[in-house]
Design a protein around this ligand. Structure first.
Ligand SMILES: N[C@@H](CCC(=O)N[C@@H](CS)C(=O)NCC(=O)O)C(=O)O
Length: 339
């Protein structure tokens, strides 16, 4: 009897294993009609409102892409601006559905906070910015410096590790809001501002009174793989966020862009056909429409388009692709197979 039950269970799994179970997050997102994304309070290139108040950036594009996956409409999203400290509780409490906010994926955030890093959409590392007037050209010369940091970031602990390893004394000034940190730094209350290199590039171009008065030092002291986080316990939602990112990266790898995606529907390449739903299966596996990735690419673009527009050559930040180039171009962006 017991064996028969196990066998029936296994048969049921085989028969229905192709279809995703509707998880609680997708259910509630479908019910309310939009995806609620946690972003920064405003950090140009990654998540910030433009002059018309529309949220833009690499992380906002990922949020829009999730909306395209779920609704076929990238505009069905809302933003909750969060400082570094507030972001994890907002996700834990269900106030947001996904955290798309320059957040480093670490073991403790996955293990102790009940959250999960779903992907990495920007490989980064922590650096230092100083005023030109300080005359310092290397982080090795920072002994005795006052370093401004934002609380609730991985940046605080990284500086402590780096200082201990390099026998450097420093005075930390740790403040909760980015505006307070930047006011302190630009007013000269700190010699140094330390955060992710992308953050330094963004802040120097968009927030410094005179960008040329500030230099970013060459040292990178940590690994900061930045990516979207979801709550633990909802595998379907994790899959949706994870594969949304991989669809954008895969589209770039196969040369599918927002401009040519309709043309690409006629591609003879089975990889392209699977991504675009011409060969069905991926949508069913995620519990969404077979045109999910087509909708992302058409409305948001592939990863490279989003990168260049927001933080790359088409943006004031002009960040080089570097580690964020495709795996076959010397970078770390490697789409998992959509099949
Ligand atoms: N990647 C680091 C740092 C992320 C972070 O919160 N950086 C600050 C400094 S650039 C930020 O984005 N602040 C924006 C805000 O609080 O609105 C982490 O995950 O802890």
């Amino acid at each position: 009897m017991k064996h028969t039950k196990i066998l029936l269970g296994a048969l049921a799994l085989c028969a229905f294993g192709q279809t995703a179970q509707a998880g609680p997050t997708l259910d509630s997102v479908l019910k309310k009609g939009f995806v609620q994304c946690g972003t920064t309070t405003g950090f140009a290139g990654f998540s910030a409102p433009d002059s018309k108040g529309e949220w833009r950036g690499l992380d906002v594009d990922l949020c829009r892409a999730v909306a395209a996956t779920v609704f076929g409409d990238a505009s069905k999203f809302k933003v909750t601006p969060l400082n570094s400290q507030q972001r994890f509780t907002a996700l834990q409490s269900g106030e947001i559905d996904v955290l798309t906010r320059n957040t480093t994926v670490t073991l403790q955030r996955d293990a102790a906070l009940g959250l999960l890093g779903a992907a990495v959409n920007f490989y980064d590392g922590q650096g230092f910015m100083v005023s030109q007037k300080l005359g310092v050209r290397s982080a090795k010369a920072l002994s005795g410096a006052t370093i401004c940091l934002q609380s609730g970031t991985s940046n605080e602990a990284n500086v402590a590790d780096w200082a201990r390893a390099n026998k450097i004394d420093y005075n930390p000034v740790v403040l909760e809001n980015l505006d307070e940190v930047l006011s302190a730094f630009f007013a000269g209350r700190c010699d140094v501002f330390s955060t992710d290199a992308s953050g330094l590039a963004s802040i120097r171009t968009s927030r410094a009174p005179k960008p040329d008065d500030y230099v970013i030092l060459p040292e990178i002291i940590s690994k900061e793989p930045l990516g979207p986080l979801v709550r633990q316990g909802d595998d379907q939602w994790l899959n949706i966020v994870k594969w949304t990112h991989h669809a954008m990266v895969a589209a770039e790898e196969y040369g599918i862009t927002s401009a040519n995606v309709d043309e690409q529907l006629k591609s003879a390449n089975p990889n392209v056909q699977r991504i675009l739903g011409v060969i069905p299966g991926a949508g069913k596996g995620l519990g969404v429409d077979e045109k999910w990735a087509y909708n992302i690419i058409k409305q948001v673009g592939n990863y490279g388009e989003s990168f260049e527009r927001n933080v790359g050559q088409g943006s004031p930040l002009k960040i080089a692709r570097g580690q964020n180039a495709q795996w076959n171009q010397g970078g770390l962006m490697y789409a998992l197979p959509i099949r």
